[in-house]
Design a protein around this ligand. Structure first.
Ligand code: TXA
Ligand code: MG
Length: 331
Protein backbone atom coordinates (compact mmCIF):
# COMPACT_ATOMS: atom_id res chain seq x y z
CA UNK A 1 0.00 0.00 0.00
CA UNK A 2 1.24 3.44 -0.89
CA UNK A 3 1.44 6.03 1.83
CA UNK A 4 -0.25 9.36 1.19
CA UNK A 5 3.15 10.95 0.65
CA UNK A 6 4.15 8.41 -2.00
CA UNK A 7 0.83 8.95 -3.76
CA UNK A 8 1.34 12.73 -3.67
CA UNK A 9 4.83 12.29 -5.11
CA UNK A 10 3.52 10.10 -7.95
CA UNK A 11 0.89 12.68 -8.83
CA UNK A 12 3.47 15.50 -8.84
CA UNK A 13 5.64 13.49 -11.23
CA UNK A 14 2.58 12.99 -13.46
CA UNK A 15 2.08 16.77 -13.62
CA UNK A 16 -0.98 16.80 -11.37
CA UNK A 17 -2.03 19.21 -8.61
CA UNK A 18 -1.54 18.28 -4.95
CA UNK A 19 -2.65 20.48 -2.05
CA UNK A 20 0.10 20.48 0.59
CA UNK A 21 -0.02 21.36 4.29
CA UNK A 22 2.41 23.99 5.58
CA UNK A 23 2.75 25.75 8.93
CA UNK A 24 1.33 28.98 7.42
CA UNK A 25 -1.54 28.01 5.09
CA UNK A 26 -2.28 25.12 2.69
CA UNK A 27 -0.58 25.41 -0.70
CA UNK A 28 -1.72 24.26 -4.15
CA UNK A 29 1.35 22.40 -5.34
CA UNK A 30 2.76 21.26 -8.67
CA UNK A 31 6.18 20.30 -10.04
CA UNK A 32 7.96 23.66 -10.40
CA UNK A 33 9.89 22.41 -13.46
CA UNK A 34 6.75 21.33 -15.35
CA UNK A 35 5.17 24.31 -17.19
CA UNK A 36 1.93 22.51 -18.07
CA UNK A 37 1.45 21.48 -14.42
CA UNK A 38 2.09 25.10 -13.37
CA UNK A 39 -0.48 26.26 -15.91
CA UNK A 40 -3.05 24.10 -14.06
CA UNK A 41 -2.34 26.02 -10.83
CA UNK A 42 -3.16 29.35 -12.47
CA UNK A 43 -6.31 27.86 -14.03
CA UNK A 44 -7.54 26.21 -10.79
CA UNK A 45 -7.04 29.43 -8.81
CA UNK A 46 -8.18 31.70 -11.67
CA UNK A 47 -5.02 33.61 -10.89
CA UNK A 48 -3.62 36.19 -13.32
CA UNK A 49 -0.59 34.78 -15.17
CA UNK A 50 1.49 37.78 -14.04
CA UNK A 51 1.24 36.86 -10.33
CA UNK A 52 4.27 34.63 -9.54
CA UNK A 53 4.35 31.51 -7.34
CA UNK A 54 6.53 30.55 -4.38
CA UNK A 55 8.77 27.51 -4.96
CA UNK A 56 9.04 25.23 -1.94
CA UNK A 57 12.39 23.51 -1.43
CA UNK A 58 13.63 20.51 0.59
CA UNK A 59 16.83 22.16 1.90
CA UNK A 60 18.76 25.45 1.74
CA UNK A 61 21.40 24.12 -0.71
CA UNK A 62 18.59 23.66 -3.24
CA UNK A 63 18.50 27.49 -3.50
CA UNK A 64 21.40 27.17 -5.96
CA UNK A 65 19.18 25.26 -8.43
CA UNK A 66 16.60 28.06 -8.54
CA UNK A 67 18.49 31.32 -7.93
CA UNK A 68 21.63 33.12 -9.15
CA UNK A 69 23.97 35.51 -7.31
CA UNK A 70 22.67 34.41 -3.90
CA UNK A 71 23.86 37.01 -1.38
CA UNK A 72 25.37 36.04 1.99
CA UNK A 73 22.36 37.41 3.85
CA UNK A 74 20.14 34.87 2.04
CA UNK A 75 22.15 32.06 3.66
CA UNK A 76 21.99 33.86 6.98
CA UNK A 77 18.21 34.20 6.83
CA UNK A 78 17.83 30.62 5.60
CA UNK A 79 19.88 29.38 8.52
CA UNK A 80 17.91 31.43 11.04
CA UNK A 81 14.37 30.81 9.76
CA UNK A 82 14.18 27.73 7.48
CA UNK A 83 12.24 25.57 7.66
CA UNK A 84 9.77 28.32 8.53
CA UNK A 85 7.45 31.14 7.52
CA UNK A 86 9.97 33.11 5.44
CA UNK A 87 10.00 33.53 1.65
CA UNK A 88 13.09 34.94 -0.05
CA UNK A 89 12.99 36.81 -3.35
CA UNK A 90 16.19 36.21 -5.31
CA UNK A 91 17.48 36.51 -8.87
CA UNK A 92 15.90 33.83 -11.06
CA UNK A 93 18.07 30.94 -12.29
CA UNK A 94 17.66 30.56 -16.08
CA UNK A 95 16.35 27.00 -15.62
CA UNK A 96 13.28 28.21 -13.71
CA UNK A 97 10.30 28.15 -16.07
CA UNK A 98 9.10 31.72 -16.67
CA UNK A 99 5.52 30.70 -16.01
CA UNK A 100 6.40 30.08 -12.34
CA UNK A 101 7.78 33.58 -11.87
CA UNK A 102 4.93 35.27 -13.72
CA UNK A 103 7.46 36.44 -16.32
CA UNK A 104 9.68 38.14 -13.71
CA UNK A 105 13.47 37.87 -13.48
CA UNK A 106 13.16 37.10 -9.76
CA UNK A 107 12.09 33.96 -7.94
CA UNK A 108 10.38 33.32 -4.57
CA UNK A 109 11.79 30.46 -2.43
CA UNK A 110 10.76 28.93 0.88
CA UNK A 111 11.26 25.80 3.00
CA UNK A 112 7.99 25.16 4.84
CA UNK A 113 8.05 23.82 8.38
CA UNK A 114 5.62 20.92 8.17
CA UNK A 115 6.76 17.30 8.66
CA UNK A 116 4.44 15.87 5.97
CA UNK A 117 5.41 18.38 3.29
CA UNK A 118 9.11 18.24 4.22
CA UNK A 119 8.97 14.48 3.74
CA UNK A 120 7.20 14.94 0.39
CA UNK A 121 9.82 17.50 -0.68
CA UNK A 122 12.64 15.15 0.29
CA UNK A 123 11.11 12.20 -1.55
CA UNK A 124 10.20 14.31 -4.59
CA UNK A 125 13.64 15.91 -4.65
CA UNK A 126 12.69 18.90 -6.82
CA UNK A 127 10.86 22.13 -6.09
CA UNK A 128 7.13 22.36 -5.52
CA UNK A 129 5.54 25.58 -6.75
CA UNK A 130 2.63 26.40 -4.47
CA UNK A 131 0.51 29.48 -3.97
CA UNK A 132 -2.11 29.41 -1.20
CA UNK A 133 -4.77 26.82 -2.12
CA UNK A 134 -7.68 29.23 -2.56
CA UNK A 135 -9.37 30.90 -5.52
CA UNK A 136 -7.61 34.13 -6.39
CA UNK A 137 -8.47 37.00 -4.03
CA UNK A 138 -10.10 34.83 -1.37
CA UNK A 139 -9.11 33.79 2.15
CA UNK A 140 -6.20 31.35 2.38
CA UNK A 141 -7.14 27.84 3.57
CA UNK A 142 -5.87 26.62 6.94
CA UNK A 143 -7.52 23.16 6.89
CA UNK A 144 -8.14 20.50 4.23
CA UNK A 145 -11.89 21.28 4.45
CA UNK A 146 -11.15 24.85 3.40
CA UNK A 147 -9.12 23.57 0.44
CA UNK A 148 -12.03 21.37 -0.66
CA UNK A 149 -14.45 24.30 -0.32
CA UNK A 150 -12.19 26.51 -2.43
CA UNK A 151 -11.02 24.15 -5.14
CA UNK A 152 -13.27 21.06 -5.21
CA UNK A 153 -12.33 18.83 -8.14
CA UNK A 154 -9.78 21.31 -9.49
CA UNK A 155 -7.21 19.73 -7.15
CA UNK A 156 -6.20 16.10 -7.82
CA UNK A 157 -5.26 15.23 -4.27
CA UNK A 158 -5.21 16.88 -0.84
CA UNK A 159 -2.43 15.75 1.45
CA UNK A 160 -3.73 15.77 5.04
CA UNK A 161 -1.55 17.62 7.52
CA UNK A 162 -4.01 18.87 10.14
CA UNK A 163 -4.85 22.53 10.79
CA UNK A 164 -2.04 25.01 10.02
CA UNK A 165 -0.29 26.09 13.20
CA UNK A 166 0.47 29.69 12.17
CA UNK A 167 -2.58 30.50 10.07
CA UNK A 168 -1.37 33.48 8.02
CA UNK A 169 0.99 33.53 5.05
CA UNK A 170 4.80 33.74 5.18
CA UNK A 171 6.82 36.93 5.52
CA UNK A 172 8.33 37.79 2.11
CA UNK A 173 11.79 39.43 2.04
CA UNK A 174 13.21 40.71 -1.23
CA UNK A 175 16.99 40.45 -1.56
CA UNK A 176 17.25 41.68 -5.15
CA UNK A 177 17.43 45.43 -4.47
CA UNK A 178 20.19 47.54 -2.92
CA UNK A 179 18.93 46.63 0.58
CA UNK A 180 16.64 43.89 1.96
CA UNK A 181 12.95 44.85 1.97
CA UNK A 182 9.89 43.14 3.44
CA UNK A 183 7.24 42.87 0.71
CA UNK A 184 4.65 41.07 2.81
CA UNK A 185 4.55 40.79 6.58
CA UNK A 186 3.72 37.40 8.05
CA UNK A 187 4.32 35.80 11.41
CA UNK A 188 8.00 36.83 11.28
CA UNK A 189 8.04 40.49 12.25
CA UNK A 190 10.38 43.16 10.91
CA UNK A 191 12.06 43.13 14.36
CA UNK A 192 12.76 39.39 14.15
CA UNK A 193 14.12 39.54 10.59
CA UNK A 194 16.07 42.73 11.38
CA UNK A 195 17.68 41.23 14.48
CA UNK A 196 19.32 38.50 12.38
CA UNK A 197 20.57 41.00 9.80
CA UNK A 198 21.62 43.63 12.32
CA UNK A 199 19.20 46.09 10.71
CA UNK A 200 16.62 48.36 12.30
CA UNK A 201 13.08 47.18 11.53
CA UNK A 202 12.13 50.52 9.91
CA UNK A 203 14.78 50.04 7.25
CA UNK A 204 13.11 46.76 6.24
CA UNK A 205 9.71 48.43 5.94
CA UNK A 206 10.55 51.62 4.06
CA UNK A 207 7.10 52.00 2.54
CA UNK A 208 4.87 51.01 5.43
CA UNK A 209 2.20 53.52 6.29
CA UNK A 210 -0.29 52.63 9.02
CA UNK A 211 1.05 49.09 9.08
CA UNK A 212 0.30 48.57 5.39
CA UNK A 213 3.09 47.86 2.93
CA UNK A 214 2.62 50.12 -0.04
CA UNK A 215 5.42 48.41 -1.96
CA UNK A 216 3.87 46.34 -4.70
CA UNK A 217 4.43 42.64 -4.81
CA UNK A 218 2.36 41.37 -7.75
CA UNK A 219 -0.26 39.73 -5.53
CA UNK A 220 -0.65 42.56 -3.08
CA UNK A 221 -3.57 44.24 -4.84
CA UNK A 222 -5.65 45.82 -2.12
CA UNK A 223 -8.64 43.49 -2.39
CA UNK A 224 -7.17 40.20 -1.28
CA UNK A 225 -7.53 37.63 1.47
CA UNK A 226 -11.23 38.53 1.50
CA UNK A 227 -14.51 36.83 2.44
CA UNK A 228 -17.43 37.11 -0.04
CA UNK A 229 -19.63 39.24 2.17
CA UNK A 230 -18.69 42.82 3.05
CA UNK A 231 -16.19 43.07 5.90
CA UNK A 232 -15.78 46.37 7.72
CA UNK A 233 -13.00 47.25 10.14
CA UNK A 234 -13.55 49.56 13.10
CA UNK A 235 -11.73 50.83 16.13
CA UNK A 236 -13.33 49.68 19.40
CA UNK A 237 -15.43 52.80 20.09
CA UNK A 238 -16.76 53.13 16.54
CA UNK A 239 -17.66 49.44 16.42
CA UNK A 240 -20.22 49.85 19.18
CA UNK A 241 -21.80 52.90 17.52
CA UNK A 242 -22.10 50.99 14.24
CA UNK A 243 -23.73 48.05 16.02
CA UNK A 244 -26.36 50.33 17.53
CA UNK A 245 -26.98 51.83 14.09
CA UNK A 246 -27.39 48.41 12.43
CA UNK A 247 -29.75 47.24 15.17
CA UNK A 248 -31.94 50.29 14.72
CA UNK A 249 -32.25 49.29 11.05
CA UNK A 250 -32.92 45.62 11.92
CA UNK A 251 -29.83 44.62 9.94
CA UNK A 252 -28.03 41.42 10.94
CA UNK A 253 -24.27 41.32 11.31
CA UNK A 254 -21.40 39.16 12.52
CA UNK A 255 -18.73 40.47 14.82
CA UNK A 256 -15.13 39.52 15.48
CA UNK A 257 -14.18 41.45 18.58
CA UNK A 258 -11.91 41.40 21.59
CA UNK A 259 -14.95 42.00 23.78
CA UNK A 260 -17.45 39.39 24.92
CA UNK A 261 -20.70 39.11 22.96
CA UNK A 262 -23.44 41.62 23.44
CA UNK A 263 -26.21 39.19 22.60
CA UNK A 264 -28.11 40.28 25.67
CA UNK A 265 -28.48 43.75 24.25
CA UNK A 266 -29.39 42.69 20.70
CA UNK A 267 -33.05 42.84 19.71
CA UNK A 268 -34.46 39.33 19.01
CA UNK A 269 -34.86 39.76 15.23
CA UNK A 270 -31.24 40.83 14.82
CA UNK A 271 -29.96 38.28 17.35
CA UNK A 272 -31.48 35.39 15.37
CA UNK A 273 -29.33 36.16 12.34
CA UNK A 274 -26.24 37.60 13.98
CA UNK A 275 -23.16 36.00 15.43
CA UNK A 276 -20.55 37.29 17.82
CA UNK A 277 -17.10 35.77 18.12
CA UNK A 278 -14.82 36.93 20.93
CA UNK A 279 -11.42 36.40 19.32
CA UNK A 280 -8.07 35.80 21.01
CA UNK A 281 -6.30 38.85 22.47
CA UNK A 282 -2.88 37.40 21.71
CA UNK A 283 -1.57 37.94 18.14
CA UNK A 284 -0.31 34.38 17.46
CA UNK A 285 -3.61 32.85 18.58
CA UNK A 286 -5.56 35.50 16.68
CA UNK A 287 -3.64 34.67 13.47
CA UNK A 288 -4.21 30.98 14.06
CA UNK A 289 -8.01 31.47 14.27
CA UNK A 290 -8.50 34.35 11.84
CA UNK A 291 -9.22 32.71 8.46
CA UNK A 292 -11.22 29.88 10.02
CA UNK A 293 -13.45 32.34 11.91
CA UNK A 294 -13.90 34.58 8.87
CA UNK A 295 -14.97 31.55 6.82
CA UNK A 296 -17.57 30.62 9.47
CA UNK A 297 -18.91 34.17 9.52
CA UNK A 298 -18.96 34.28 5.73
CA UNK A 299 -21.29 31.25 5.68
CA UNK A 300 -23.87 32.30 8.28
CA UNK A 301 -27.01 34.35 7.60
CA UNK A 302 -25.70 37.75 8.62
CA UNK A 303 -25.44 40.52 6.06
CA UNK A 304 -21.94 41.74 6.87
CA UNK A 305 -18.90 41.14 9.06
CA UNK A 306 -17.66 43.75 11.52
CA UNK A 307 -14.13 43.37 12.85
CA UNK A 308 -12.51 45.23 15.71
CA UNK A 309 -9.10 46.54 14.61
CA UNK A 310 -6.22 45.15 16.71
CA UNK A 311 -3.73 47.57 18.31
CA UNK A 312 -1.26 49.47 16.12
CA UNK A 313 1.85 47.74 17.51
CA UNK A 314 4.49 45.71 15.73
CA UNK A 315 3.26 42.25 16.78
CA UNK A 316 -0.15 43.01 15.22
CA UNK A 317 1.15 44.55 11.98
CA UNK A 318 0.77 41.46 9.75
CA UNK A 319 -2.77 40.84 11.01
CA UNK A 320 -3.75 44.49 10.52
CA UNK A 321 -2.41 44.23 6.97
CA UNK A 322 -4.55 41.14 6.17
CA UNK A 323 -7.65 42.68 7.77
CA UNK A 324 -7.25 45.86 5.75
CA UNK A 325 -7.00 43.85 2.57
CA UNK A 326 -10.10 41.82 3.52
CA UNK A 327 -12.16 44.94 4.28
CA UNK A 328 -14.07 47.58 2.36
CA UNK A 329 -14.67 51.17 3.33
CA UNK A 330 -17.82 51.80 5.37
CA UNK A 331 -20.00 53.91 3.08
O1 TXA B 1 2.93 31.08 3.47
C1 TXA B 1 2.96 31.19 2.26
O2 TXA B 1 3.72 31.98 1.69
C2 TXA B 1 2.02 30.30 1.43
C3 TXA B 1 2.45 28.84 1.62
C4 TXA B 1 1.63 27.91 0.76
O3 TXA B 1 3.81 28.73 1.33
N1 TXA B 1 2.05 30.69 0.06
C5 TXA B 1 1.47 31.83 -0.40
O4 TXA B 1 1.55 31.96 -1.78
O5 TXA B 1 0.94 32.64 0.32
P1 TXA B 1 0.70 33.05 -2.57
O6 TXA B 1 0.99 32.79 -4.00
O7 TXA B 1 -0.72 32.99 -2.15
O8 TXA B 1 1.36 34.40 -2.14
C6 TXA B 1 2.71 34.62 -2.53
C7 TXA B 1 2.95 36.06 -2.78
C8 TXA B 1 2.11 36.62 -3.91
O9 TXA B 1 1.59 37.87 -3.49
C9 TXA B 1 3.11 36.81 -5.03
O10 TXA B 1 2.79 37.91 -5.83
C10 TXA B 1 4.39 37.04 -4.27
O11 TXA B 1 4.31 36.17 -3.19
N2 TXA B 1 5.55 36.66 -5.09
C11 TXA B 1 5.84 35.46 -5.62
N3 TXA B 1 6.96 35.52 -6.36
C12 TXA B 1 7.39 36.79 -6.30
C13 TXA B 1 8.48 37.49 -6.88
N4 TXA B 1 9.35 36.89 -7.68
N5 TXA B 1 8.61 38.80 -6.59
C14 TXA B 1 7.73 39.42 -5.77
N6 TXA B 1 6.67 38.82 -5.21
C15 TXA B 1 6.50 37.53 -5.48
MG1 MG C 1 -2.49 33.66 -1.72
Amino acid sequence: MMTDIQHAKTLLIEGKLVAIPTETVYGLGADAKNPSAIQKIYAAKRRPATNPLIIHLPNPDAMCDWALDIPKIAWKLAEAFWPGPLTLILKRHPDVPKIVTGGQETVALRIPNHPVTLELLNQFGGGIAAPSANRSGRLSPTTTEHVREELGDAVDYILEGGPCTIGIESTIVSLVGPAPVILRLGSLSAETVGSVLGLAPETLLPAVTNGHTTLETPGSSTSHYAPSKPLYLFEHETLFNIIVQLMQNNQSFSVLSFSEGLHAMLNPIVAAHSKWIAIAKEPKLFANQLYHQLRLLDKNESECILVEMPPNTSEWLAIRDRLKRASRPWA
